[in-house]
Design a protein around this ligand. Structure first.
Ligand code: DC
Length: 229
């Protein structure tokens, strides 16, 4: 009988505020380390979309708890990854400013977080992964030694988000994008359950004046160095 492989799956946590470049960074880090890329924000966005579609208030915690219990979210890693809401592919529908804000609100509800954290842990334990989010290193996989917190000045983040929206032909106004980014950060950092934060177990990278390649190289090099025998 072949010996059991007891190596725990490799988990890389990439946390940080909106528009800091987590998705592009995580995708390329995952590619370089040959791991699945798991975008946990997409799961909160899917619940936000479900709430908006059903006319459920994003502030009604009881209704959101019931909604989450009745809803099936599937995250299918790949290039690009797909997010399914009750079997429907909603990958592109969750990327609007309205759903960004809805996701931020629903993510403050503890029952929503419990369900999605469980899903994220199951996915990560299956094949490892580069997980991007707000609480990966604090709540989802606090035991992983590979934790990175990306930051950037709000204006830099808003500029990046603005360019993304324009590139996708979505209507965008820089000042509105900046105001929404600041508001979403405030909500995500001040909520009672699992606020956006980091501690000394993280490597903090200010990406404001770095290229994407530099950020990715720092993360990949650090992970590789720490897993070398
Ligand atoms: O990363 P994103 O912008 O797609 O995330 C959408 C919202 O989901 C964000 O405002 C906060 C929330 N979120 C969270 O609370 N925890 C995570 N692990 C990921 C996202």
């Amino acid at each position: 009988m072949a010996p059991l492989d007891m190596t725990p799956p490799l988990i890389v946590a990439i946390d940080g505020p909106s528009g800091v470049g987590k998705t592009t960074t995580s995708k390329r880090v995952a590619h370089d380390l040959q791991l699945p890329h798991i975008d946990t924000g997409a799961m909160y966005r899917a619940i936000g979309l479900a709430a908006v579609r059903r006319g459920i208030s994003v502030h009604d915690a009881d209704a959101l708890e019931r909604l989450t219990a009745q809803t099936t979210i599937d995250f299918v890693p790949g290039e690009p990854p797909h997010i399914l809401l009750d079997g429907e592919d909603v990958t592109s529908l969750i990327r609007t400013p309205e759903i960004s804000m809805a996701a931020s609100h629903v993510s403050a509800v503890p029952a929503v977080r419990r369900a999605l954290v469980r899903l994220q842990q199951e996915l990560g334990r299956r094949n490892g992964g580069v997980l991007e989010g707000r609480d990966i290193g604090t709540k989802v996989f606090p035991e992983t030694p590979h934790k990175f917190f990306l930051t950037a000045r709000p204006e830099v983040r808003a500029q990046r988000r603005y360019k993304e929206l324009i590139a996708k032909n979505q209507p965008a106004d820089y000042d509105t994008v900046l105001a929404e980014a600041v508001q979403r950060d405030r909500q995500d950092s001040t909520r009672a359950d699992s606020p956006l934060t980091f501690d000394d177990s993280y490597t903090v990278i200010d990406t404001s004046d770095l290229t994407m390649d530099e950020v990715i190289a720092r993360i990949v090099d650090r992970v590789r160095c720490s897993i070398l025998p």
